[in-house]
Design a binder for this molecule. Structure first.
Ligand SMILES: C[S@@+](CC[C@H](N)C(=O)[O-])C[C@H]1O[C@@H](n2cnc3c(N)ncnc32)[C@H](O)[C@@H]1O
Length: 245
C-alpha cells in the first residue's frame, strides 16, 4: 500500500526536490479551468484528496480556498510548509468523512493508488459525499487502459543544501491487467554523500468505461475530459469529471 512507500514516509522531505512545485503551474491552471467549466455553482472552496506535497495546491490556492488531505502524515507536513494558510487533514480518500460539503473536489495523481475497482469507487464516493449540489469533482489518473504507454523518465532538482535525481521506469502492463508498476531509482545527495534507493509503486489501470461506470454508480453525472499538457508527447490523456446533480 502507498502508506508504506518510502517516498511518502521516510523520504517525504525530499519530495520538493523530486517534483518542483513551480513545475505544476500549467497543469494546475488546466485543473482550475476544468473544475470551473463543469461546475454549476460558484467555486470558492475545494477539497483535495491525496494532496501529497501540495504542489498543485500552491497554484490552486490563488483561486480557491483549499482543504488538503492525505493518508501520509509526512507528506501533509511537506504541504503544510508550502501551504501554511490551507487547512490540512489526515485521511484515507476511501474512508475520509469530514461531514462538510465543498464547491469542488480535486484528486490528482494520488487516485492512481486505488488498485481495485472497489477502492476506486470508494474514493469517488468520498468525493461525492463532500460535494455540494451542482459542484464538480475532477479526477486525474496518469493513465487509463486506453492511454497507457510504457516509458522511462528522469528528473530531480538541486536544493540549497542537498539534491535529488530520479529515474522512473513505467513497465508494460500484462494483457488484461488492472494495474501497472513504476520502478523508481532515487539518488539522494547530502552532506553524508550520495546514496541510491530503489522502490516500486503499483497503480490501478481502469478503462474509460470503468471510470464512467464507477462515477455513475456513486451518483455523479460522468464526463471524460481530454487532458492536453505541453509535456505529453504521446498525445492527450484523459481525466474524469463527476458533477453532483
Ligand atoms: C504523487 S503524490 C501526490 C502529489 C500531489 N499531486 C502534489 O501536488 O504534490 C501521491 C500522494 O497520494 C497519497 N495517497 C496514496 N494513497 C492514498 C489514500 N488512500 N488516501 C489519501 N492519500 C493517498 C500519498 O500519500 C501521496 O502523498
Amino acid at each position: 500500500m502507498s502508506d508504506r512507500l518510502l517516498m511518502y514516509s521516510e523520504l517525504a522531505s525530499w519530495w520538493p526536490l523530486m517534483s518542483d512545485p513551480a513545475d505544476y503551474a500549467e497543469e494546475a491552471g488546466i485543473f482550475r479551468d476544468t473544475i470551473r467549466a463543469y461546475s454549476r455553482r460558484s467555486v470558492v472552496c475545494v477539497l483535495e484528496l491525496g494532496a501529497g506535497g501540495g504542489n498543485n495546491a500552491l497554484h490552486l490556492k490563488r483561486d480557491f480556498c483549499m482543504t488538503l488531505t492525505d493518508i501520509s502524515p509526512a507528506m501533509l507536513a511537506v504541504s503544510e510548509a508550502l501551504n501554511p494558510e490551507c487547512e490540512h487533514v489526515l485521511g484515507d480518500m476511501r474512508t475520509l468523512r469530514l461531514n462538510r460539503r465543498f464547491d469542488g473536489v480535486f484528486v490528482h495523481d494520488a487516485i492512481g493508488y486505488m488498485l481495485t475497482y472497489d477502492d476506486l469507487r470508494a474514493a469517488l464516493r468520498t468525493a461525492h459525499e463532500h460535494l455540494a449540489a451542482g459542484g464538480a469533482a475532477l479526477f486525474v489518473p496518469d493513465f487509463t487502459r486506453e492511454t497507457f504507454v510504457p516509458s522511462t523518465d528522469h528528473g530531480g532538482h538541486d536544493g540549497p543544501d542537498r539534491a535529488m535525481r530520479y529515474l522512473s521506469w513505467t513497465l508494460p502492463a500484462d494483457a488484461g491487467a488492472t494495474s501497472y508498476r513504476i520502478v523508481f531509482a532515487y539518488v539522494l545527495k547530502d552532506g553524508s554523500g550520495i546514496r541510491g534507493i530503489q522502490e516500486t509503486h503499483q497503480f490501478g489501470l481502469f478503462s474509460r468505461l470503468d471510470w464512467l461506470r464507477a462515477l455513475r454508480e456513486v451518483g455523479f453525472e460522468a464526463y471524460a475530459v481530454p487532458y492536453e499538457h505541453s509535456t505529453f508527447h504521446e498525445g492527450p490523456r484523459e481525466m474524469f469529471c463527476g458533477v453532483h446533480p
